[in-house]
Design a protein around this ligand. Structure first.
Ligand SMILES: Cc1cc2nc3c(=O)[nH]c(=O)nc-3n(C[C@H](O)[C@H](O)[C@H](O)COP(=O)(O)OP(=O)(O)OC[C@H]3O[C@@H](n4cnc5c(N)ncnc54)[C@H](O)[C@@H]3O)c2cc1C
Ligand code: SF4
Length: 342
């Protein structure tokens, strides 16, 4: 591990002013050049950040801790019925929050199924959404791959069993955040504040960046910006939701595949709107548009659920070792639709 300075920011503007770069940008510098130059990066509770530092993948000159900034760990009901979640709220606190459990049960369930109790007690929502990919080549100092500024993707022709089946060229990572799958389905927004206090807000779905736009970052965060909130809209009382995850083991791990569904079903039983988001399928949470279109305007039964589940695979381009994800996603989507309307 390299030596770095520590900064305990007391205010948002202090943290944003100090954050000279993002972790994604800092990691594109050639490993041998990383120690030179000013690279101050932000830390929430450090699970992913310190992993990268310990593995020698990131050599920051300064780590800026957000832990002492007041107000970033609050969950607040907003006027109009939505909920504002601070980025320093832990996954455990969010999963156990009574408002979240009552109004956004799919989110609470996805959070309870993420990682282990020990990790959920520390991991923050902001850090979860901004954690870097799990691709084993990316996580190894030995492979200077495309995403780290190198010239080659080792996964596409190599060990790609946990990789993407959509949008997987020229980099086949899957987005690692389980929370993101559900938050995109719920049409959450992300609020970002810069060093001068100017805020911008965008739909969380639009915050994520696919490799064809930029290969070296998974999101739109810029230097001197801090995520200051995730905002959940008020949901219509007719909205039904579900989240299902399949992992390799039940105890703790990132999913092999997960699915979040929201369905707005009218009094006549017809589906008014649908969101079907696949996690661990693509470099960003993947919207299964053909499957959504299959449901809207129809009454949902076993047959429509099965046809929508098939349509969810439209456009998939599995790699040499991950075609097993196709039937896995088809089953999860069908079951999640039926669970949502049960
Ligand atoms: C064994 C294990 C199993 C796991 N299983 C799962 C799983 O099933 N599903 C899942 O989704 N995750 C899983 N995780 C990942 C875990 O949830 C994340 O590593 C954790 O949420 C990161 O939060 P943190 O507070 O530690 O973030 P940090 O490590 O402190 O930060 C992560 C990144 O976010 C940036 N950042 C953090 N907060 C802000 C902010 N407010 N503004 C700007 N930048 C910010 C940091 O600069 C850094 O780049 C697992 C982790 C482990 C170790
Ligand atoms: S999938 Fe992406 S992160 Fe993994 S080796 Fe290929 S370029 Fe690197």
């Amino acid at each position: 591990m390299n030596r770095f300075s520590w900064m305990q920011a007391k205010t948002l503007s202090e943290a944003a002013s100090a954050a000279s770069t993002t972790v994604a940008h800092a990691m594109t510098v050639a490993p041998e050049a990383m120690e030179h130059g000013e690279t101050a990066v932000v830390k929430a509770n450090g699970i992913d950040l310190l992993d990268l530092v310990k593995e020698g993948l990131l050599k920051p000159s300064t780590i800026v801790s957000l832990a002492g900034i007041p107000g970033l760990d609050e969950i607040v009901e907003e006027q109009g019925g939505g909920v504002r979640i601070g980025p320093m709220v832990t996954l455990a606190a969010l999963a156990e929050n009574p408002i979240v459990r009552e109004r956004y049960p799919a989110l609470a369930s996805a959070l309870r199924g993420s990682a282990s109790p020990q990790i959920r007690n520390v991991a923050t929502l902001g850090g979860n959404l901004l954690q870097r990919p799990r691709c084993w080549y990316f996580r190894s100092e030995a492979y200077h791959c495309l995403r780290k500024g190198g010239g080659h993707c080792f996964a596409i022709s190599g060990e790609n069993q946990y990789h993407a089946i959509f949008n997987n060229m020229p980099c086949a990572i899957v987005h690692p955040s389980t929370a993101a799958t559900v938050l995109v389905a719920l049409d959450a927004a992300i609020e970002i504040t810069n060093a001068t206090g100017t805020k911008r807000q965008l739909r969380l779905e639009d915050f994520f960046v696919l490799p064809d736009r930029d290969l070296q970052r998974e999101n739109d965060l810029q230097p001197q910006e801090i995520v200051t909130a995730i905002r959940l809209p008020k949901l219509p009382s007719t909205l039904r939701t579900a989240h299902l995850k399949q992992g390799e083991k039940d105890s703790f791990d990132w999913p092999l595949a997960d699915v979040a569904i929201t369905l707005d079903v009218g009094a006549d039983g017809a589906c008014k709107s649908a969101a079907i988001i696949l996690g661990a399928a693509a470099p960003a949470p993947h919207r299964a548009k053909a499957a959504e279109a299959m449901l809207v305007g129809r009454r949902i039964d076993q047959d429509t659920a099965a046809r929508a589940a098939q349509a969810a695979l439209a456009g998939a381009t599995p790699l040499s070792k991950n075609a097993y994800k196709l039937p896995l996603f088809e089953t999860l989507v069908r079951r999640a639709i039926l669970q949502a309307i049960a």
